[in-house]
Design a protein around this ligand. Structure first.
Ligand SMILES: NC(=O)c1ccc[n+]([C@@H]2O[C@H](COP(=O)([O-])OP(=O)(O)OC[C@H]3O[C@@H](n4cnc5c(N)ncnc54)[C@H](O)[C@@H]3O)[C@@H](O)[C@H]2O)c1
Length: 228
């Protein structure tokens, strides 16, 4: 069953790594967490670091449980494990794979290829997003930070920008004036509605000086120039 497979890969894969790190006294471990740990009981705007986590997907359940295991291995065994709650990641290097935030990758490909895009989320669904360059920078910055600066051993909240399908379409229109977007929400609309709109990442900013380089405008210029 798909959901059991998701759990096995995400959670049991992490446990194997944490155990190896403990046994072999490995230097540092990274765990990629996600905004999918949030759920309907999480405050949606400027979501703080420490909030109720009641994810509605097996993906989110496996990641929020993974965060607890990371915290446990640090506290119990001193494993230097570090983690980020990535928002939706947007990049030109790989093709979208059907995830809930992947509309924001597909839209650039379709805008350039066909001049139009049918979006699987509703027009005003705002979600936190980040350009790949910033995701890489954040990961390297976190992993290079001195151990004593790391105060969160589950997933750090991490933010760069938040936008809706209508807002990204508007930005694309500045470069491709005839671009058209239509909306046909599917099952991913419910998942998106259970996540938060914007993230308070002040812990990352104060602990290891996180600061993004890309906003929607700059990302759109870069995406379109690489993809075309
Ligand atoms: N892309 C996003 O927007 C996003 C957002 C939040 C969190 N994340 C997390 O970041 C991580 C990377 O995501 P991505 O989008 O780069 O995914 P991806 O699909 O591009 O890469 C996943 C990698 O995992 C490997 N993999 C899959 N099953 C495996 C298995 N059983 N054993 C070993 N390797 C296996 C794949 O070969 C691939 O190289 C994931 O943990 C994902 O949950 C991604």
């Amino acid at each position: 069953m798909e959901s059991i497979k998701t759990w096995n890969i995400n959670l049991n894969g992490l446990l194997a790594i944490l155990e190896l790190a403990r046994e072999k006294e490995m230097d540092k471990i990274f765990f990629p967490s996600t905004i999918a740990v949030f759920g309907k009981t999480t405050p949606r705007i400027n979501t703080p670091q420490d909030v109720p986590l009641l994810p509605t997907t097996v993906y989110g359940m496996s990641k929020s449980t993974g965060e607890l295991w990371c915290n446990y291995y640090f506290q119990r065994y001193g494993v230097d494990v570090r983690s980020l709650r990535y928002p939706g990641i947007i990049g030109w290097q790989s093709l979208p794979a059907g995830g809930t935030t992947d509309y924001a990758v597909e839209i650039y490909h379709e805008a350039l290829k066909n001049g139009k895009y049918e979006c699987f989320l509703a027009e005003n669904t705002r979600l936190p997003m980040m350009y790949m360059d910033d995701a890489i920078k954040a990961t390297i910055d976190l992993m290079s930070a001195p151990k004593e600066d790391i105060h969160v051993r589950y997933g750090y909240n991490l933010a760069a920008m938040s936008f809706s399908p209508a807002e990204i379409a508007q930005e694309i229109k500045k470069h491709i004036p005839n671009f058209e977007i239509t909306y046909k929400p599917d099952f991913r609309q419910d998942i998106a509605a259970s996540w938060t709109e914007s993230i308070d990442d002040s812990k990352a900013r104060s602990d290891w000086k996180w600061k993004p380089d890309f906003d929607l405008e700059k990302m759109t210029i870069d995406m379109l120039s690489h993809l075309s």
